[in-house]
Write a protein that binds this ligand. Structure first.
Ligand SMILES: [Zn+2]
Length: 91
């Protein structure tokens, strides 16, 4: 029997790929870029409702709302978009 490898139990692993929060926002990947809060990195998120793709701090994932249709905060900018250049808009 092994000791539990996961000593830290967070509420949920909200930063894993495929996580969907209560607002229907899906984690796509960690961009590896620093977020705008200390110690956070930017995660690429997608809205499962309207398809909008944007960046968010890891700590915000669980409460993120879609900036496009759900009046969430504007997405964070990140440069390495796999979906092309359209991710930089700030509305
Ligand atoms: Zn949306």
């Amino acid at each position: 029997m092994n000791a539990s490898p996961e000593r830290k139990k967070r509420a949920a692993s909200t930063t894993r790929r495929g996580y969907v929060n209560r607002n229907g926002q899906v984690v796509i990947r960690n961009t590896g870029l620093p977020g705008n809060e200390q110690g956070q990195s930017v995660y690429q998120m997608a809205c499962s409702i309207c398809g909008h793709v944007y960046g968010a701090n890891g700590s915000d994932i669980h409460l993120r709302r879609c900036p496009m249709h759900d009046r969430g905060a504007p997405g964070l900018k990140y440069e390495q978009g796999i979906f092309g250049a359209g991710v930089r808009r700030l509305t």
